[in-house]
Ligand binder design. Structure first.
Ligand code: CMP
Length: 140
């Protein structure tokens, strides 16, 4: 069993898509091990996305991720990291609509920046991101 972190981003929360996105992961067979809504501070978002520091989109990404509340979900399942990445689709929602029309980013995102969800891209990222967002007491 693997664990991975999904964050429903401010655009999808604002659209009222939280329920549909949660339902999709449950339907796909994942167990929800932790769940919460919060708003990143600028400092927290910069640290969470530290791996992208220096990239041209970094400031825009931090600005977007702090623009409203997000919903973090800790999912558990077999091959969770890879399977969740498949279910969410490519980073760019416009590309997702072409190559993976039923993916979450195709259905709920707009473009590369406003792409509805984040998910850990490796076991190593999950090991950094999960304890960044959830404390031990919040895990079920
Ligand atoms: P996410 O899975 O949250 O991980 C890093 C994020 O950076 C990514 O989704 C996108 O939202 C964002 N991102 C990646 N490339 C670009 C880009 N070229 N322009 C704007 N945002 C980007």
């Amino acid at each position: 069993m693997e664990r991975t972190l999904v964050i429903i981003k401010p655009d999808a929360v604002e659209k009222g898509a939280v329920g549909k996105i949660l339902d999709r992961f449950i339907t796909e067979g994942f167990r929800i091990r932790a769940l919460k809504m919060f708003r990143f501070t600028v400092e927290q978002a910069r640290e969470f996305y530290a791996v992208h520091k220096g990239r041209p989109f970094y400031n825009e990404l931090v600005e977007f991720m702090t623009s409203g509340p997000v919903v973090a979900i800790l999912l558990e399942g077999e091959n969770a990291v890879k399977r969740v990445r498949e279910i969410i689709g490519p980073t760019d929602s416009e590309e997702a609509r072409r190559v993976a029309p039923m993916s979450i980013r195709a259905l709920f995102g707009t473009d590369k920046g406003k792409n509805a969800v984040h998910a850990s891209d490796s076991l190593e990222s999950a090991a950094y991101e999960i304890p960044f967002v959830f404390s031990n007491l919040e895990l079920c």
